[in-house]
Design a protein around this ligand. Structure first.
Ligand SMILES: O=C(O)CCC(=O)C(=O)O
Length: 295
């Protein structure tokens, strides 16, 4: 990573907060104008209008059919729209993430759209890392960007502060707790079972602000009880040299993009966004300029 960015006082403060709390809030991750444009283009993606012609990997919202109170969730929207991708694949944002997490390079793993209409339900507590256990290094560096002003009143992102340091429960026990308790009660049950106090903190930021967060931190959000939509966009990077584990079949997205006879993650699907030695997937710039996805 460049000494300049990692050495900045603001980066060091973010890194210290991330280490201590498992998350670090930044009032400005992208400029407000970028947040506004992202919101407009992601509205189109939710409406199933795809600038690139490529569909997202997952889209849990169908206009006119989906329960209007359900949070609208899309995965890998960057593939659908080059303006969205310009943010997702931004070398500057990747470099900042690498500096905050102390990594030598980042590859994009996946993005996540979280649009909560007025009156929308909660997002259940979860941890990103559980979706990444197919990797030999299942570390995830995440950044959540608010596209509207966000706070406790409209169901902003919230964290169980410090829970990235909690131990692991047996999977069966964890599933059992979440089958019996919902939302904050679920994470409270996990904290109690492990003997940790529970502290919940909610991110309060203007549009364009957000939070970097650790793959092992428990997080979710409350219903949006305001009269306006609360929209957000998440970017999740993995280490530049991460590969698939060789000892078991890959799950989730990683199974979909498994190459025959190889544990490598192909850069067409998991592009190298920024690395300390100056590498970046060569197809990104031509794609952003109008070329095909994946080069
Ligand atoms: O935006 C939200 O309400 C939830 C976001 C979230 O859970 C995530 O980014 O993993």
């Amino acid at each position: 990573m460049t000494a300049s960015l990692a050495g900045l006082a603001v980066t060091q403060q973010l890194r210290a907060a991330l280490d201590r709390d498992g998350f670090a809030v930044a009032d400005r991750v992208v400029p407000p104008k970028t947040a506004e444009l992202l919101g407009l283009r992601l509205d189109q993606v939710l409406d199933r209008r795809y600038e690139t012609g490529v569909f997202p990997d997952e889209a849990y919202y169908r206009p006119g059919t989906t329960d209007p109170r359900a949070p609208r969730h899309v995965v890998n929207a960057w593939k659908c729209d080059r303006l969205v991708a310009a943010v997702t694949l931004s070398a500057a944002l990747g470099e900042l993430a690498a500096a905050v997490f102390g990594w030598n390079g980042v590859r994009l793993a996946v993005d996540t759209v979280w649009f909560k209409p007025a009156g929308s339900q909660a997002v259940e507590y979860h941890r990103e890392f559980e979706y990444f256990t197919s990797l030999d290094q299942p570390d995830v560096a995440s950044c959540w960007i608010a596209l509207d002003d966000a706070g406790a009143s409209n169901g902003s992102l919230e964290f169980a502060t410090g829970s990235h340091r909690w131990g692991e429960l047996q999977q069966a026990e964890q599933s059992d707790l979440f089958s019996r308790h919902r939302g904050r009660n679920g994470v409270h049950a996990v904290a109690q079972r492990q003997g940790h106090p529970l502290q919940i903190d909610t991110v309060q930021v203007p549009a364009g602000g957000g939070a970097f967060f650790h793959g092992r931190i428990w997080h979710g959000s409350q219903p949006n009880s305001s009269q306006l939509p609360r929209r957000a966009y998440g970017i999740h990077w993995i280490r530049a040299d991460a590969e698939l584990r060789a000892d078991r079949s890959p799950r989730y997205l990683f199974g979909r993009y498994k190459l025959a006879g190889s544990t490598a993650l192909h850069e067409s699907f998991f592009p190298l966004v920024w690395s300390a030695d100056g590498r970046r997937s060569a197809w990104i710039e031509p794609f952003l300029a109008g070329g095909p996805l994946g080069g």
